[in-house]
Ligand binder design. Structure first.
Ligand code: DCP
Ligand code: MG
Length: 386
């Protein structure tokens, strides 16, 4: 990954390459609703909270997306864009049930499964490939098995790295299957917009475009010095991802788990006096959850959404694992108060704790866990750090 003098996209091909699948269910919540009520098939389904109650779209069927409806959009906007859309309240227990069934299928293929959220995971299939199977065949079988066992459709991307597999799975959604052959990573990525790359958020993307860097190919052709000036500590990571050569391993669920709580406010809030009590309540909820599961974590993450929907996370790692509400609150407040500039108005706050030491049977991807919709809280998931 530290190699910098690449002259050909084929140098990354090597017999010891890792083979990774990224699997992501299509329109997950909406697909479950269609599965359980076949009358909804082919219709514009919007799962989420009430339009009257500042409800947010958790997801929409592809039929609704044609009208511009998407996750995290206020339901009120969704209704305006797609007046014939059918609004359905989320049934999280049912989604969790199917999520478990799908994750079980993933585990039939390999022990190395890293869930990213309820409907999404990386699978390291290197062993199967080394035993002579083609990534394409494994990916197809995965799609078929998930469909047979649950009725849900899955999009899969295959590649030699996580970031390539993830981008590939998204490319032909829904029901997609894209395999990037070893050695073709760079060619595959080159024409895509930089924003597809993990870690390149909208702001960074905008700044890169201002410099004439539109595609991942434009980015990959920059010098190592340029990456260092531009991305500092992240330079090597960004550069290797742009070249399709990142070597992040698939981390199993035990390592990936976290506990989090978040809520959307009835009205946007400004100022310490208004926001501190909410953070305190969230810290209490997370601590309670951790205690119930006998867990302690080292990493505290704060998530915030501004009035204009800009969402960001701030994270720190403590020298010791904690489950204490006071420590979580203090840490979260330290992270959050830096963001609390005068007049800045917040719509949502969340706290997550991860980096557990215990070996418990409990897994929640950070902020992948939904809260009640319409009860001052909403379903969200973590986003790329920008
Ligand atoms: N979700 C949510 N709020 C968001 C994003 C997602 O509640 N802002 C929930 C609803 C989704 C599920 O998580 O069904 C999975 O998220 P995905 O991003 O994978 O979206 P979908 O599976 O709905 O659609 P697709 O993967 O086909 O794009
Ligand atoms: Mg999905």
């Amino acid at each position: 990954m530290e190699t910098t003098n690449h002259t050909s996209s084929h140098q990354s091909a090597s017999p010891s390459a890792r083979h990774i699948l990224h699997a992501d269910l299509d329109a997950f919540y909406a697909a479950v609703e269609v599965l359980d009520d076949p009358d909804l098939a082919g219709k514009a389904v919007m799962v989420g909270g009430d339009p009257e109650n500042r409800g947010v779209v958790a997801t929409a069927s592809y039929e609704a997306r044609v009208f511009g409806v998407h996750s995290a959009m206020p339901m009120r906007t969704a209704v305006r864009l797609c007046p014939h859309g059918i609004i359905i309240h989320p049934r999280f227990d049912r989604y969790r049930q199917l999520s478990r069934a799908v994750m079980d299928v993933f585990h039939e293929f390999t022990e190395l499964v890293e869930p990213l959220s309820m409907d999404e995971a990386y699978l390291d299939i290197t062993e199967a490939v080394e035993a002579g199977r083609l990534p394409l065949a494994v990916a197809l079988e995965l799609k078929n098995t998930v469909h047979e066992k649950t009725g849900l459709t899955l999009s899969v991307g295959a590649g030699t790295s996580k970031s390539v597999a993830k981008i590939a799975s998204d490319l032909h959604k829904p029901d997609g299957l894209v395999v990037v052959a070893p050695g073709e990573e760079r060619e595959f990525l080159a024409p895509l917009v930089v924003g597809k790359l993990w870690g390149i958020g909208p702001k960074t993307g905008q700044r890169l475009r201002a410099d004439g860097i539109e595609t991942i190919g434009d980015l990959a052709s920059q010098s190592t010095g340029w990456f260092q000036r531009r991305f500092g500590k992240r330079a090597l990571d960004v550069q290797s991802r742009a070249m399709g050569e990142d070597r992040e391993p698939v981390r199993t669920e035990r390592e990936a788990k976290s506990v989090s709580a978040e809520s959307t406010f009835a009205t946007d809030l400004t100022g310490e006096d208004n926001l501190y009590p909410h953070l305190s309540r969230l810290a209490g909820r997370v601590a309670q959850h951790l205690e119930g599961k006998q867990l302690k974590g080292k990493t505290v993450t704060v998530k915030a959404r501004l009035a204009d929907f800009t969402t960001f996370t701030r994270q720190t790692t403590l020298p010791y694992p904690t489950g204490s509400d006071t420590v979580i609150l203090e840490t979260a407040w330290r992270l959050f108060s830096r963001e609390l500039t005068p007049g800045r108005s917040f719509r949502l706050l969340g706290i997550g704790v991860s980096g557990f030491t215990e070996d418990e049977e409990f897994q929640l991807p950070l902020f992948g866990e939904e809260q009640l919709i319409g009860d001052g809280a909403t379903a969200q998931r973590s986003e790329n750090p920008t």
